[in-house]
Design a protein around this ligand. Structure first.
Ligand code: FAD
Ligand code: EPU
Length: 336
């Protein structure tokens, strides 16, 4: 059933008040097809958990919430399993189910908010793992033709917080099912990210199971990222920028402690949170919104901020970082 003039506040983790002209939900491809066939003229917004979007205006089109469920093992060769999940499953619940079944590969991605369906959109990543590392394929509904297409990992063109669905095919597909290849063999835990190692030490664990790694990640995340149920936010608002070797060689002289990681073409990935903190923005509050006090990459809505206020704050941060470091930050969050 399509409803009219519905508030999207409960459907975005920033907690921004904005309305949608039309609103509906679908829990199967048939239902999606039916809705789209009779609403061909309307602009479309597909939402999962609404945890990576900033609403800066009321939406004049049709918002659909993806509720396609399912957790199915489609292949098991004794070493690996392929698990196919409905796009409308909650990502963290999917991770917990994998851990329960002793399927390893996604434990480092514990507690990332949102849906399974959005996970390939920006190739979600955390603590040394990205979904491209365990990705098998995606089934997606092509909006203009109503056909179902399957995309392999190569066809998704995953990059750091990037995929074809975020760029080249933006707005053309609805992700329906995602399949991941997970490991059944002796858990190959990935504790390369420094913070996990120190957290495991703190937990007194020397031979971690995938459940231990998941718990370590949950502990780290809970200690510095605001819970959207308490403070509106969409996680990192900006990407960590990749800069050229030339620029890095200049900056390191003036800022010797700049956190940096190797990147493609001899470049460096720089911690955007550090850049923003150096510009004095960390913990800054502008009345009812601001920059989180523990993680400068996260912009927060304490109560009642508009999407435009948050967007303008992000523009001020971009300008200050540009003026001080000559680096242009790119927004990671989808802006509507
Ligand atoms: P939504 O916000 O609902 O949608 C995001 C975009 O994808 C929109 O453009 C939407 O139209 C599109 N979309 C959603 N579902 C579909 C679909 N089925 N088909 C087609 N298009 C679709 N991200 C990370 O990568 N790593 C992190 O560590 C991380 N930490 C976070 C921490 C917090 C506290 C928060 C609030 C967010 C964090 N994020 C992180 C961002 C966010 O959790 C992810 O981007 C997540 O994948 C978004 O899922 P969602 O279902 O909420 O997407
Ligand atoms: N830092 C600061 N000040 C800050 C924040 C960070 O100096 O306010 C420094 C830290 O000291 C550290 C470095 O920045 O040296 C990295 O910090 P952290 O480990 O917290 O990770 P991040 O680079 O800030 C990225 C992702 C997160 C992901 C974590 C863990 C991006 C844009 N963000 O954050 O993803 O959870 O790593 O892997 O890549 C998201 O995408 O929404 C998100 C939360």
């Amino acid at each position: 059933m399509i409803q009219e003039n519905i508030s999207l506040k409960p459907f975005n983790t920033f907690g921004i008040e904005a309305s949608t002209r039309y609103f509906g939900r679908f829990s199967s491809v048939e239902e999606l097809n039916q809705i789209l066939t009779s609403n061909k003229d309307k602009e479309l917004l597909i939402l999962g958990g609404g945890s990576n979007i900033l609403l800066t205006k009321n939406f004049d089109g049709l918002t659909l919430i993806n509720e396609i469920k399912g957790f199915e093992i489609t292949k098991n060769d004794g070493t690996d399993v392929i698990v196919k999940s409905g796009a409308g499953e909650v990502w963290h619940e999917f991770v917990l189910k994998c851990i329960e079944n002793n399927f390893s590969g996604v434990e480092n991605l514990s507690l990332i908010p949102g849906s399974v369906g959005a996970s390939p959109m920006q190739n979600i990543g955390a603590y040394g793992v990205e979904i491209k590392d365990v990705f098998e394929s995606v089934e997606a509904y092509h909006i203009p033709t109503g056909e179902l297409h399957t995309f392999s990992k190569e066809e998704c063109e995953f990059g750091y917080r990037e995929s074809v669905f975020k760029r080249k095919y933006k707005g053309q597909y609805v992700i329906i099912y995602v399949s991941y290849k997970l490991s059944l063999s002796a858990p190959k835990v990935n504790t390369s990210y420094g913070a996990i190692e120190s957290e495991l030490k703190e937990m007194n664990i020397s031979t971690p199971s995938i459940k231990d790694v998941s718990q370590a990640v949950i502990n780290i995340r809970s200690s510095k990222l605001p819970n959207p149920k308490e403070i509106g936010n969409a996680g990192s608002f900006f990407k960590n920028p990749v800069i050229s070797k030339e620029l890095f060689d200049k900056l390191i002289v003036e800022f010797p402690t700049i956190p940096n990681y190797p990147a493609e073409n001899d470049g460096k990935k720089i911690a955007a949170g550090w850049l923003i903190e150096q510009c004095g923005w960390k913990g800054k509050t502008l009345g009812h919104y601001g920059v989180h006090k523990l993680q400068a990459l996260v912009l927060v809505n304490y109560k009642g901020a508009t999407g435009t206020e948050i967007y303008d704050l992000s523009s001020s941060i971009i300008k200050d970082v540009e003026d001080k470091f000559g680096i242009t930050l790119e927004r990671e969050v989808n802006i509507l």
